[in-house]
Design a protein around this ligand. Structure first.
Ligand SMILES: [Zn+2]
Length: 290
C-alpha cells in the first residue's frame, strides 16, 4: 500500500485533522541510512510529523525541522514540501536504546535535551525560523508544544513507529489535530476524552486502519475529508546544487583542495548519493568563482 495522508475538517468545522501512514517512507529512510532501531523510531517520528506539517503550507513552501540535541543520536534534520515529499537524516544512525522496564525503544533518551528549530522557506518571499526547547524528546509532545507555544495553535500530535525484531519497519504513521479559533469548550472536552481513549498509532496501524479510518475513530463521523495526498521519501539533490556549494567556498579554498587532494568527493546527507569532482572539473569551478 502507498503511503498517504488524509486531511479533514472535524467537530463542526472547529478542528483540523491530519492522519498519515508513512510506513514505506520510514522504511526507505531506514535503508538509506542503515538506521538502528531507536534511530529508526526517532527519525521515523520526525519524518512523519514533518510531512504532515508540510501539508499545512502552500505549494512551493519548504519546511526544515532541526533537532539540536545532546543525546547519542546527535540531532536530526528533516525537510519537506507541500507535495508529500520528505527527507531527513540523524547525526548518528547507530543508536539502539530501550527503556529498562518496558523494553520499548527509548527515543527520549536517544534524542536527549535540546532544541527544535523550524525554518519555513516561503521561496522568493522570505525565510522564517522559530524554535522551542524540547519538552520530552519523544517528538510528538515536542511538536505539539511547538504548535502551541510558537504558532499559538493548540494541537495534539501522536506519532508511532513500530520496529520489528529484525530491524525492519512494521508500521509508521501519525495524526495531528488542531483547534481552530472559536472552538467551544465542550468540543475541547469531548476531544480530550476521545484522545485519552484512543489506542496508540502503532496499534491502529497494526489493526489495518487507513488514515481516513483513524480520523473516523477520533471524530465518530463528525468530519469531512478535504484531501488525500501521497507521501514519499524523496531527495531533490542534483550535481548543480553541489557545484553551487563548492563555488561558494571561493577561489583560494578550491585551489588549495586542487593542489592537496586533486579531487573532491561529496555525499548528500539525505540520500547518500555521491557526486565526484575531478581535477579538470574543479578547475572549471574555480573559473566560475571569478
Ligand atoms: Zn540527495
Amino acid at each position: 500500500m502507498k503511503d498517504y495522508l488524509a486531511k479533514a475538517y472535524a467537530f463542526d468545522g472547529k478542528v483540523r485533522l491530519y492522519a498519515a501512514n508513512t510506513t514505506n517512507t520510514v522504511y526507505e529512510a531506514q535503508q538509506i541510512h542503515g538506521l538502528w532501531p531507536t534511530a529508526t523510531a526517532a527519525l521515523g517520528r520526525l519524518l512523519t510529523g514533518s510531512v504532515i506539517m508540510g501539508a499545512m503550507y502552500r505549494e512551493g513552501d519548504e519546511l526544515t525541522l532541526r533537532l539540536i540535541s545532546q543525546g547519542p543520536l546527535e540531532g536530526m534534520v528533516t525537510t519537506t514540501d507541500a507535495y508529500g515529499n520528505v527527507r531527513g537524516y540523524v547525526g548518528n544512525p547507530q543508536v539502539f536504546l530501550q527503556k529498562n522496564d518496558t523494553k520499548k525503544l527509548d527515543v527520549s533518551k536517544a534524542v536527549g535535551p535540546g532544541r527544535l528549530s523550524v525554518t519555513k522557506d516561503l521561496k522568493m518571499k522570505n525565510m522564517f525560523t522559530s524554535g522551542v526547547e524540547l519538552q520530552t524528546g519523544e517528538i510528538a509532545e515536542d511538536l505539539a508544544y511547538y504548535f502551541t507555544a510558537s504558532e499559538q495553535i493548540p494541537s495534539a500530535v501522536s506519532l508511532g513507529v513500530k520496529v520489528n525484531d529484525d530491524n525492519t519497519v512494521k508500521n509508521a504513521g501519525g495524526f495531528i489535530l488542531q483547534r481552530m479559533p472559536g472552538c467551544p469548550e465542550e468540543t475541547i472536552e469531548l476531544i480530550e476524552k476521545r484522545l485519552k481513549n484512543l489506542p496508540p498509532v502503532s496499534k491502529m496501524l497494526e489493526d489495518g486502519l487507513s488514515p481516513e479510518e483513524m480520523i473516523e475513530l477520533i471524530t465518530k463521523g463528525d468530519h469531512r475529508i478535504l484531501l488525500t495526498m501521497d507521501l514519499q521519501y524523496q531527495c531533490d539533490c542534483n550535481r548543480e546544487k553541489f557545484e553551487r556549494g563548492l563555488i561558494s567556498l571561493g577561489e583560494s579554498q578550491l585551489k588549495e583542495i586542487l593542489e592537496t587532494d586533486g579531487h573532491i568527493e561529496t555525499v548528500c546527507h539525505f540520500c547518500k548519493t555521491k557526486y565526484d569532482f575531478n581535477a579538470s572539473q574543479i578547475k572549471a569551478l574555480i573559473e566560475e568563482t571569478k
